[in-house]
Ligand binder design. Structure first.
Ligand code: SF4
Ligand code: SF4
Length: 329
């Protein structure tokens, strides 16, 4: 008997309300709303929101003059530079990780939002092999260790009265070694500050009759420090990577993510996978949507808190049998 091909489901008007309902009930809708709301609140001094005395485990806020909250990892480096015990920064990273796992990365971090936006530029993404991925994830731990070492040695040597030479050698890296080159700081602090300064300088120039505007612009471009161009270069590379690799910066570079990951395995919040519902052998829908390449199907089904998991809950939304659920505690 001749086999007939299964007809594709006919799109009908009746399916639209249920589609809309499914869209609203997905975790991704509130996640995107929370990401944009957090972004507005962080830079909310523009909106008249006053500063709050808290640090949060995200990056990109250290050098921003009009922020409402501080970033924990940048704050930690700066506290060591100022010879202040960094308890507040450590407590922020620890408490957030234990209570909410790495949810700040997926739901709150401004540079996480930038990566998510850039990632929709390209429909098809680079397939990083599991072997390469498993080696590359340690880069962010190396960056974390190197930063803590530089800042820790600086604090100890200055406290012992022998650190003046070391501090001078570090130059602009002394205050916050990672943030001095961080693409997040370049995007949110360095570029806006430079543009504002140029705007005021240009305003003064335009007020002078017969001023050489072109010459002044060329002079100002040449006089910008080499460090500025290094920062721009690193930002451009980061953008190029995250367009092709979802959350590429979070996966392989971000020391704040690595810091949170150290504690997140002890988190009350995790994911569970119901093995009786997860019956579609070879389905792997959850694994395929995971931006952090978490080996979901190899994790314990009762509850897992994988250090690379940022609790974006894309896997929960992707599972058609609703086998995966957030689990607390
Ligand atoms: S890993 Fe870093 S950049 Fe990524 S979301 Fe977390 S804090 Fe932000
Ligand atoms: S395991 Fe799920 S919640 Fe965790 S990062 Fe991957 S898709 Fe997001």
């Amino acid at each position: 008997m001749k086999k007939t091909e299964a007809e594709p489901p006919v799109e009908s008007k009746e399916t639209n309300p249920s589609r809309l309902r499914a869209l609203i009930l997905r975790f991704q809708t509130p996640r995107i709303i929370v990401q944009f709301a957090s972004f507005l609140i962080f830079f909310g001094l523009f909106l008249g929101i006053g500063p709050w005395p808290i640090l949060v485990p995200v990056i990109g806020l250290l050098g921003v003059p009009v922020k409402t909250v501080g970033e924990a990892f940048g704050g930690l480096q700066y506290m060591l530079y100022m010879l202040v015990a960094p308890w507040l920064a450590l407590a922020s990273v620890f408490l957030a990780a234990v209570l909410l796992n790495r949810a700040f990365c997926a739901w709150v971090c401004p540079f996480g939002l930038v990566q998510d936006i850039l990632n929709v530029v390209k429909k098809s993404h680079l397939n990083v092999s599991i072997r390469t991925h498993n080696q590359m994830i340690y880069v962010k731990y190396l960056i974390l260790a190197a930063t803590l070492l530089i800042s820790g040695v600086l604090a100890a040597s200055v406290a012992a009265g022998i650190g003046a030479g070391y501090k001078q050698t570090l130059g602009p890296f002394a205050q916050a070694p990672f943030n001095t080159l961080s693409p997040a700081d370049t995007l949110f602090a360095v570029i806006p500050r430079t543009l504002l300064d140029s705007r005021y300088a240009l305003g003064d120039l335009l007020a002078q009759p017969g001023a050489d505007i072109t010459g002044a612009i060329i002079n100002s471009l040449v006089s910008v420090s080499a460090l500025f161009w290094v920062r721009i270069f690193l930002l451009a590379i980061t953008f190029a990577i995250v367009i092709y690799v979802p959350r590429g910066f979070c996966r392989y570079v971000c020391p704040q993510g690595a810091f949170s990951a150290v504690f997140s395995r002890f988190s009350f919040l995790g994911l569970s996978r119901n093995p009786t519902r997860c019956t579609r052998a070879g389905c792997r829908d959850c694994v395929n949507v995971c931006p952090m390449l978490v080996p979901i199907l190899d994790e314990p089904w009762e509850k897992f808190t994988h250090p690379e998991c940022i609790m974006c809950l894309k896997c929960v939304d992707a599972c058609s049998t609703k086998a995966i659920k957030p689990k607390f505690p």
